[in-house]
Ligand binder design. Structure first.
Ligand code: ZN
Length: 369
C-alpha cells in the first residue's frame, strides 16, 4: 500500500485552544503525525511518497474563494491589526441573526470559525494546503489504478465546511479528494462550481452508477463539514458513524434525521452511537453503514479515518480496543472498492500508530486479494 506524507504538517503548531472554557494545549499536535509516520514506516506497509503539487482549482470546487483567501492571509492581517501573535482565535462569533461579513481582521475570524478549536498560526495555511496535496495525490493514484492509498493528512479536515473552520480542521481533505475523483470520472471541469443536475441528468446518472463516490467517516466525531458540503448532492453518499451529538461535539449536527436535502435527500446517513460502545456493537453499526454504501454502488470510497474511537482516547468515550481496527479494515475492504484512506482525528498517543497500522493492514489484506 502506498502512503502519502508531507513534513509540512509540522508548520501548523498552535500553542493553545479554548475547550469547554479552558485554555489548553492543542490535542491535535504535530506529534500525532510524527508517531503515525514512524509506525507505518516500521510496519513496512509499502512506499511512503511525498505529495504532488496541485493548483487551487480542486480546493475551490469545495471551498468558497473568500474563505480560501481568508485562510491564506488572516494570520499576518490579524497580527498587523493588533491580534495576539500566539494564534488567531476569534472573540466574537457570527451566529444566526448577526452574521454579516466583517472585513476587520480582528472580527473576520468570527465569521469563518464555528468554534475555538481551530487556532491559526503563521504556518497553518501552508500545512493545510500540504494536507490537501497529500489527499489529492492519493486520489490521483486511485485514478491511475491503485486499489488502496493512505493519505497521512494533518491538519485533519472533516469538520471544515464550505466556508468555516473548526474542530482542528481548515480545509476538508476528504471532501476535496472525493470531489476531485468525481469530476475526474464524470469529466466535469475541476475548476467550476457544481450545479445540481436536472431530472434528465439524474436518470442518466442512474444508468452510470459508478459515477458516484461514497465517503465513510469513522472518526469518533460527526463529520459535520463533509455533511454540509455534499448535503444537496445525489452523486456523493456521506455516511458517518460517530458519538451521539446530543452528548458530544459537534453538538449541533450529526443526528439521524439529517438525511440530505433537495436532490441529495437520502444521500446522507448518520449513525450516532452511545457511550462505551464495544468492538462487537461497533462492527454491527459498521455493517449497516457498509450495506448502505453497497446499495449506492459508488466507483470509489473515501474513508475519513479517525482513531479517536479507541477506548484510551483522551477526548472520546467509546471502548474500542486495538483488535477492532484490523476487523474494521477487513470489512471496509470487502466492499471491493478503490479506497482512499484520509487521516482525520485520533489522540491516544501511545496507541495511535498501532491502531492506524491495524486498520491499514486490515484493508490491505482483503483489498489486494
Ligand atoms: Zn474526531
Amino acid at each position: 500500500m502506498i502512503s502519502i506524507f508531507s513534513p509540512d504538517h509540522a508548520l501548523h503548531d498552535p500553542p493553545h485552544e479554548l475547550l469547554d472554557g479552558a485554555l489548553i494545549p492543542v490535542y491535535e499536535s504535530p506529534r500525532r503525525a510524527t508517531l503515525i509516520h514512524a509506525a507505518i514506516r516500521r510496519a513496512a506497509l509499502g512506499p511512503i511518497l511525498p505529495p504532488r503539487a496541485f493548483d487551487s482549482a480542486p480546493i475551490r470546487a469545495v471551498h468558497d474563494d473568500d474563505y480560501l483567501d481568508y485562510l491564506e492571509g488572516i494570520y499576518e492581517r490579524w497580527v498587523a491589526a493588533g491580534g495576539a501573535p500566539a494564534a488567531v482565535l476569534p472573540g466574537t462569533l457570527a451566529v444566526r441573526w448577526m452574521s454579516r461579513r466583517c472585513e476587520n481582521p480582528i472580527a473576520a475570524p468570527g465569521y469563518y470559525t464555528f468554534d475555538l478549536s481551530a487556532p491559526i498560526v503563521a504556518g497553518t495555511y501552508t500545512a493545510a494546503r500540504a494536507a490537501v496535496d497529500v489527499a489529492l495525490t492519493g486520489a490521483a493514484l486511485l485514478l491511475e489504478g491503485e486499489r488502496v492509498v493512505y493519505a497521512l493528512c494533518r491538519p485533519p479536515g472533516h469538520h471544515a465546511g464550505r466556508d468555516l473552520c473548526g474542530g482542528y480542521c481548515y480545509l476538508n481533505n476528504a471532501a476535496i479528494a472525493a470531489e476531485y475523483l468525481l469530476r475526474s470520472i464524470t469529466d466535469r471541469p475541476t475548476g467550476t462550481i457544481y450545479r445540481a443536475p436536472t431530472a434528465d441528468q439524474r436518470v442518466e446518472a442512474q444508468d452510470r452508477s459508478s459515477d458516484r463516490v461514497a465517503i465513510l467517516d469513522i472518526d469518533y466525531h460527526h463529520g459535520n463539514g463533509t455533511q454540509q458540503i455534499f448535503y444537496e448532492r445525489d452523486d456523493v453518499l456521506f455516511v458517518s458513524i460517530h458519538a451521539d451529538p446530543a452528548r458530544e461535539y459537534p453538538y449541533f449536527a450529526g443526528y439521524v434525521d439529517e438525511r440530505g436535502s433537495g436532490g441529495g435527500l437520502g444521500c446522507n446517513l448518520n449513525i450516532p452511537l452511545e457511550a462505551g460502545i464495544t468492538n462487537e456493537r461497533y462492527l454491527e453499526a459498521l455493517d449497516g453503514a457498509l450495506a448502505a454504501i453497497g446499495d449506492f454502488a459508488p466507483g470509489f470510497l473515501v474513508l475519513s479515518a479517525g482513531l479517536d474511537t479507541f477506548g484510551g482516547d483522551p477526548i472520546g468515550d467509546f471502548a474500542l480496543t486495538t483488535t477492532a481496527y484490523p476487523l474494521i479494515g477487513q470489512r471496509i475492504a470487502a466492499l471491493g472498492l478503490p479506497t482512499l484512506i484520509v487521516q482525520e482525528g485520533g489522540y491516544a498517543a501511545a496507541e495511535l500508530g498501532e491502531n492506524i497500522v491495524g486498520l491499514l493492514w486490515g484493508i490491505q489484506e482483503v483489498g489486494e486479494k
